[in-house]
Design a protein around this ligand. Structure first.
Ligand code: FEO
Length: 418
């Protein structure tokens, strides 16, 4: 078994989850996801974060600890940066093995620990800036970083080795490749895949909390950080500034997306789809990068959110269904709203049978997103030539607005601009 030593007396332990289960019960992870935890062995032996529920995971952790002369039975301290069960599900099993374990977590985490696992003894709550001395000159400092990703979240900073144990922040989907954990071990191709999966992870589970991520980045900016050790994904020991740059860019996309468009469409009998062809032809002629998603297609929603997060323009092709939005599209718009995909330029087109109404509901759903709508093009039944002309005109206006004010900045058609 390969050991991932990240500093003196410090190891990554952890497991890769496969693609069998949806992350958080909703998001697909076709390339898996890693759950990273960390072991520090000084005068005190400390585990930072844990793993989801499952005997196989505890057994795997025990084997990794044994390889460096430690057992779960003699861990002194467990630091819980975050209560979400992907990092705490194994609490019950660990406690059975080691009932005298002392837990450190934030004040907000303590009642959750009781509610989720019935644990309230041996718990020490810590506040922002409090420290924990492990002996041998090793002191950890805790930084409360609420809502990255739950309200009780904190990060742990290792003052001696300058390691930031950042929990969900700076994380990504995608399992770690065999035998690799550090950024300097990851190939260029793998790095590109991690970049894509960082965007999707951010858009799926972090984007809602972007103002808190910005607060966290500001709070941590004065720390000297040599290594970033997140709970998911790559450990950044050679270029930690890379992942900080990625997250800074991802936060910035909340204000203005890249020069690209995400097209989301659905059609009942092919009439809205017929107009889609006109819209896509215009996008091709105007040479702007775009992605297309047909709705419904539940597994694709995770990717749709990622593309919406990075696109300044959104085009919605959606028929009216019984005076309101086409129901699967309403579901997508609800997720877009929850993900706080704000400040976008939006054009909608769609067919109706006997009466419109989709736009009214769309306006209601997106009222807090600060979307700027171009004139919608709605048509009864199939689109006529004048409808197509209007749509082409609106799409060209949309593209012109998106391209404006970028000083010739070009967004790559493939890959990512961060
Ligand atoms: Fe990786 Fe919010 O848990």
């Amino acid at each position: 078994m390969k050991q991932f030593q990240i500093a003196e007396n410090t190891w990554k332990i952890g497991t890769n989850l496969g693609n069998e289960e949806l992350f958080e019960g909703i998001w697909p992870t076709p390339d898996g996801v890693s759950i990273n935890a960390y072991l520090i062995k000084e005068e005190k032996t400390v585990l930072i974060d844990l793993v989801k529920k499952g005997r196989q995971f505890i057994d795997c952790y025990e084997a990794e600890l044994n390889a460096v002369g430690v057992s779960l039975k003699n861990i002194d301290y467990l630091i819980l940066n975050h209560m979400e069960p992907d990092h705490t599900g194994a609490m019950g099993e660990l406690f059975k093995l080691n009932p005298s374990l002392r837990i450190f977590c934030t004040k907000k985490a303590a009642p959750m620990l009781k509610a989720f696992y019935g644990i309230e003894e041996n718990v020490t709550t810590v506040s922002d800036g409090e420290t924990l001395d492990l002996g041998n000159g090793r002191v950890l400092t805790f930084f409360e970083t609420p809502n990255i990703h739950w309200p009780e979240t904190m990060m742990t900073y290792d003052n001696r080795e300058k390691i930031l144990f950042s929990c969900d922040a700076f994380g990504s989907y995608k399992a770690l490749p065999d035998g690799k954990a550090f950024d300097d071990e990851i190939s260029e191709e793998e790095m590109k895949a991690f970049q894509a999966e960082t965007l999707r992870y951010y858009a799926n589970i972090v984007s809602t909390f972007t103002p808190f991520v910005l607060n966290g980045l500001k709070k941590l900016s004065s720390l000297e950080i040599r290594i970033i050790a997140p709970s998911h994904g790559i450990i950044w020991r050679e270029h930690p500034e890379t992942i900080v740059g990625w997250y800074t860019k991802l936060c910035g996309l909340a204000t203005r997306g890249d020069c690209r468009i995400t097209v989301i469409w659905s059609s009942m009998y092919g009439n809205t789809e017929s107009m889609l062809e006109t819209v896509l032809k215009t996008l091709d002629e105007e040479q702007i990068p775009y992605s297309v998603y047909k709705v419904p297609n539940e597994p694709q929603i995770s990717y749709l959110l990622a593309d919406c997060w990075r696109s300044e323009g959104i085009i919605l092709g959606m028929p009216t269904y019984e005076y309101r939005m086409f129901p699967p599209m309403a579901h997508v718009l609800d997720l877009i709203d929850r993900s706080h995909i704000k400040n976008r330029l939006v054009f909608r087109f769609g067919s109706y049978g006997w009466s419109g109404g989709a736009q009214k509901q769309l306006d209601e759903i997106t009222s807090k997103l600060n979307w700027t709508f171009l004139n919608p093009v709605e048509f009864q039944g199939s689109p006529k030539n004048e409808d197509r002309e209007k749509a082409v005109c609106e799409v060209k206006k949309l593209i012109s607005e998106i391209k404006g004010g970028r000083n010739g900045e070009v967004t790559p058609k493939e890959g990512y601009s961060f």
